[in-house]
Design a protein around this ligand. Structure first.
Ligand code: SF4
Length: 464
């Protein structure tokens, strides 16, 4: 018989379920995710909250069509004598790890990008949104005792999700705007976050006033609030220490923390570049900055972009090449808010180096892009191929063309296709740290390159 805090919950609850993936064949339903336009999660600090109240607007999990993807919202309201509005962002981010403690329930991403799945097994055992609400309520109050009261609403009614999402977007924007203005030079400490290590074990986010976290959900102010409220939690103070290179964003204190938290995997991090020693990328990033060697430029793509980018790759393909807590030269996980930072890819040339981005993101950040460059950056509406892009940049006198004069860009035929490129003549797998297991032995390949003309994978026939 089950005992303890979750004895009445039909599935197991614990940190061991963090990192659990629910594949499509095992999924009962997908909540949010790429296939639906409307999804969000929001946490607010309120004066009045009905403690323990859990509300479901729309059908319960078991009544949703098996295999479907539906609009979904989570709204959490908390109260407590010592709570303040500045804590909302970091408490909201804990939805991610608390949901992932639940066996058969997967949570990815944040804010307006959430993607959850419930397994068929969990539904068979009786998991409901009501029970998920109870788990979240207990985890929030036990792990963050500063929260005295909590009420939770889940929304599966698509019209209500749409309506409440519009309000949530305004709240995220107001939060982000509050965090703008402060400079890295104005502070002596940054903040680190290792919340995503369950999915990317060597990843550590370094959050500075001018570099929002990859997930777009934690600002420097959020980091400060989190480290004060929960000093033993996943967000902690990072002393800057001696400045090694202010322009690149490299600091002794940051390098020390990165070395310690990545378990020695990395010992340098330059915050404002996509090359060399870039910030590591977990998997929660809102977008990817990717190198386009044919024009010596940088492209941007975000999670909601449905087509292929100028290099012929989808967001998912590039995210696979970027994620996992690695430093990938030329592929860099970023938040949308970081695009608004004056230090955005500072070392690489900032906006003068960006040559392609989705039209939707361009509109969202237009006011933060230098006026003399913004209309020289192509979108999917202007160009579909690298050759068209080259002509567009030339015709618009994009600043990148000055770099072409100084050092010619790589000719298309010579340009390296990143891992995952469509139909390469020969597949090249760059394996940084990949375990292969067989016969009880684990072989770890580090920084190995494997070349093969053909790869054949056969199921081994078991001997009877
Ligand atoms: S992306 Fe970074 S800041 Fe955001 S939850 Fe993950 S580790 Fe923390």
């Amino acid at each position: 018989m089950k005992t303890g805090m979750f004895a009445d919950i039909p599935v197991d609850i614990g940190v061991i379920y963090e990192g659990e993936r629910i594949r499509k064949p095992d999924m009962h339903v997908e909540l949010g995710g790429k296939k639906v336009d409307h999804k969000f999660e929001l946490l607010r600090v309120k004066d009045e909250v009905e403690d323990g109240k859990i509300t479901i607007i729309g059908p319960e999990l078991k009544d949703l069509k098996e295999g479907s993807s539906i609009s979904f919202g989570i709204c959490i309201e908390v109260a407590g004598k010592e709570l303040g509005e500045e804590m909302e962002g970091v408490f909201e981010r804990r939805v991610h790890d608390f949901c992932n403690y639940i066996e058969g329930f997967m949570h990815l991403n944040q804010r307006y990008d959430i993607w959850l799945r419930v397994s068929k097994g969990a539904i068979k055992r009786g998991l409901t949104l009501q029970l998920i609400g109870k788990v979240l309520e207990r985890l929030y109050k036990s792990e963050l005792p500063i929260i005295e009261k909590i009420q939770i609403t889940f929304i599966t009614d698509p019209l209500k999700v749409q309506e409440m999402r519009s309000e949530a977007i305004k709240i995220y924007e107001a939060r982000d705007a509050r965090a703008r203005g402060l400079k890295d030079e104005d502070v002596q400490v940054f903040y680190g976050c290792t919340l995503c290590q369950s999915f990317a074990p060597t990843h550590v986010c370094i959050i500075t006033p001018q570099r929002y976290a990859n997930c777009g959900a934690v600002s420097w102010f959020d980091g400060r609030a989190a480290a004060r409220v929960d000093p033993k939690g996943p967000i902690f103070e990072v002393k800057k220490g001696k400045t090694i290179d202010e322009f690149a964003g490299e600091y002794e204190g940051v390098n020390q923390v990165v070395k310690e938290k990545s378990l020695g995997e990395f010992d340098r991090m330059q915050l404002y570049t996509a090359f060399g020693y870039p910030h590591t990328s977990c998997g929660c990033f809102e977008g990817v900055a990717f190198c386009i060697p044919e024009v010596d430029g940088i492209g941007l793509i975000h999670r909601d972009f449905k087509g292929t980018a100028i290099n012929g790759l989808t967001f998912s393909a590039m995210a696979d090449s970027t994620a996992g807590g690695r430093q990938v030269d030329g592929f860099h996980g970023i938040s949308i808010e970081y695009l608004r930072s004056p230090k955005f890819l500072h070392l690489d040339g900032g906006w003068s180096r960006v040559v392609w981005m989705p039209a939707d993101v361009k509109e969202r950040v237009r006011d933060f892009v230098p006026k003399e460059v913004v209309d020289k950056i192509a979108t999917e509406k202007d160009t579909g191929t690298i050759e068209e892009l080259r002509k567009f940049l030339d015709a618009h006198a994009h600043p990148i063309t000055e770099r072409w004069k100084a050092a010619p860009a790589v000719a298309p035929a010579e340009a390296a296709a990143p891992t995952g490129a469509a139909e390469p003549a020969y597949a090249e797998a760059a394996v940084e740290a990949s375990p292969l297991a067989a016969g009880g032995v684990v072989l770890i390949l580090k920084n190995a390159k494997i070349y093969a003309e053909k790869v054949i994978i056969r199921r081994e026939k078991r001997k009877k």
